[in-house]
Write a protein that binds this ligand. Structure first.
Ligand code: EPZ
Length: 369
């Protein structure tokens, strides 16, 4: 076993490239079992769980060529439909082969994952969903065995949003007969990434990223050609590391937090540069932050944020979801009163934000106008 030794105190400086998201790559790799042909995936992180899923794919009969961060997977000849205990026990995400195998072959045997370090996480919701789609499910010597002639579309309500369950059923439903609606589905960006890849294969999925996902079953799919999304957890970790060590780090390929970070940087020592490369019009919160006394200059796609000693409360107007959050954050740190209007943007993405902040000690309230 190794250990990491840290002598603290060095500010972090420089540029860091965020890797591909493990939790996106794992379901994407399992989705290659849905159809034959050469699947191409890039931006795959080199991690133990990824090596495990490649082992699993090979055990099932797929050919895997993994070079650098790219993989070519050929699942033309899947010879086994069984995910064995030895692989599933080391990685719970192995259960994600259940949906694709069942949808393509009408038969799958997958070892039960058992408990794990973050609690007993059952797969009952995966199984209930597949049963609602017509699968016969039995438990046999620690294995789940599922059989069906062809899965049929169904409306499935998850008792709790489950990431893996949503992914497993979304994959299974792509080849089902008719329409499947997943309600109370998990909304993680990794689910959006999987839906994008599946739609690229010819699937008909809408609503991924919301709590209701609709999948119109199709008869055939093509191989996937997809770049795995960046790992948002890793990106967030580097951002916190830079802030904690008072460093200066460019996190490449990272999270959609520009507006919130800008609010924070209005109070930082020195000048920060924020580049917005994804959306036009994503600096609309700047004028509003300026109303609170911040010092920000826009120069094309860049915003130069000169930290100020304090922000002063003022009426401001939200223009989009992230902008609303940044104005609330700035208001929390500002002197006197800030009134944020047009908060219907905020309500699209944050549930009871003001109540949660109130519980954390903020002086905040929602007022009817
Ligand atoms: C995913 O696990 C992630 N793993 C986890 O990250 C993450 O912590 C978790 O989602 C929550 O965000 C991957 O994406 C590979 P769940 P998952 O099904 O899909 C209960 C990492 O390595 N539940 O959303 O397994 C379950 O007990 C890992 O990065 C049922 O009761 O999580 C839990 O309380 C650490 N029955 C809750 O739902 C079910 O059938 C959420 O689990 C399924 C889940």
């Amino acid at each position: 076993m190794n250990k990491i030794v840290i002598h603290g105190g060095n500010p972090l400086n420089g540029t860091v490239q965020v890797s591909g998201a493990k939790n996106s790559a794992l379901p994407l790799l399992c989705a290659t079992l849905l159809t034959g042909g050469e699947h191409r995936l890039s931006n795959i992180p080199q991690l133990r769980d990824i090596r495990t899923v490649f082992e699993l794919l090979k055990t099932l009969g797929a050919e895997v060529d993994f070079t650098g961060d790219s993989a070519v997977i050929n699942a033309d000849r899947v010879e086994s439909i069984e995910a064995p205990y030895d692989l599933v026990k080391t990685m719970r995400a192995s259960v994600l082969v259940l949906g694709p195998l069942l949808a393509r072959y009408g038969h799958a045997r997958v070892s039960l994952p058992g408990g794990c370090a973050i609690g007993a996480r059952p797969i009952d919701l995966h199984l209930k969903g597949l049963a609602a789609m017509g699968a016969e499910i039995s438990l046999d010597h620690g294995y789940v065995e599922a059989r069906v002639e062809r899965l049929k579309g169904a409306t499935i309500y998850f008792d709790m949003p489950t990431v893996g369950g949503t992914e497993n059923l979304m994959m299974a439903a792509t080849l089902a007969e008719g329409t499947t609606i997943l309600e109370n589905a998990a909304c993680e960006p990794e689910i959006i990434d999987l839906a994008k890849a599946l739609n690229g294969m010819g699937a008909q999925i809408s609503g991924a990223g919301t709590d209701t996902i609709t999948i119109e079953g199709v008869d055939t799919l093509q191989p996937m050609n997809h770049r795995v999304m960046a790992d948002r957890i890793e990106a967030g970790t580097f951002m916190v590391a830079a802030a904690m060590t008072q460093g200066d780090v460019l996190v490449k390929d990272a999270t959609d937090m520009q507006a919130q970070f800008m609010a924070m940087l209005t109070l930082a020592n020195g000048t920060s540069v924020i580049a917005e490369n994804v959306f036009e019009n994503r600096f609309m919160h700047v004028c509003e932050l300026q109303r609170l006394g911040s010092n920000i200059r826009i120069d094309g796609k860049q915003a130069l944020v000169e930290g100020v000693g304090m922000l002063l409360g003022a009426p401001v107007m939200a223009t989009d979801l992230r902008a609303s959050a940044s104005l609330v954050l700035a208001g929390l740190a500002a002197d006197n009163t800030t009134e944020v209007s047009r908060i219907y943007h905020l309500d699209r993405g944050y549930e009871r934000l003001e109540e949660k902040l109130l519980a954390l000690g903020a002086d905040i309230q929602r007022v009817a106008i």
